[in-house]
Design a protein around this ligand. Structure first.
Ligand code: NI
Length: 135
């Protein structure tokens, strides 16, 4: 190993990872149902999204989705039941399961899912977001 690469490795190992403050990131989101990427690890994305109103029924063929509520609350509807998530709650929707988020008031949600996950799953609509911005 050359001294140059040793220095680079040292620099990398001692570099402090950036702290992400959710409140600051959410304050920059002014559009509903449009996820923003705030982190990436091991092929998974950490995304932030604001919901308001009903979304659309959809499912994801190959991906499980995690929804973690940061502020507010929303209802996740399934074909046979619905559950309410409040700040601090999370829910994992398994692949293949139809779901529809509904937020009576604005809610801030952290998503954890593969980079390939499309927000509207198997449905293409005006709410489909293919290329997500980074915050
Ligand atoms: Ni989904």
């Amino acid at each position: 190993m050359t001294s140059d690469s040793s220095r680079r490795n040292d620099a990398r190992s001692t570099q402090a990872p950036a702290v992400v403050t959710l409140a600051e990131k959410f304050a920059r989101i002014d559009e509903y149902w449009s996820p923003k990427i705030v982190g990436e690890l091991n092929g998974q994305m950490v995304k932030l999204v604001k919901f308001h109103g009903p979304f659309e029924w959809h499912h994801h063929e190959a991906e499980d989705e995690l929804f973690l509520v940061h502020r507010g609350s929303f209802r996740m509807e399934f074909r046979d039941r619905s559950v309410t998530l409040r700040a601090g709650d999370f829910l994992i929707v398994p692949r293949g399961v139809e779901h529809c988020p509904v937020a009576d008031e604005e809610v801030e949600v952290v998503l954890f899912e593969p980079a390939s996950t499309l927000n509207t799953g198997n449905v293409i609509s005006e709410r489909t977001r293919e290329a997500l911005d980074h915050l």
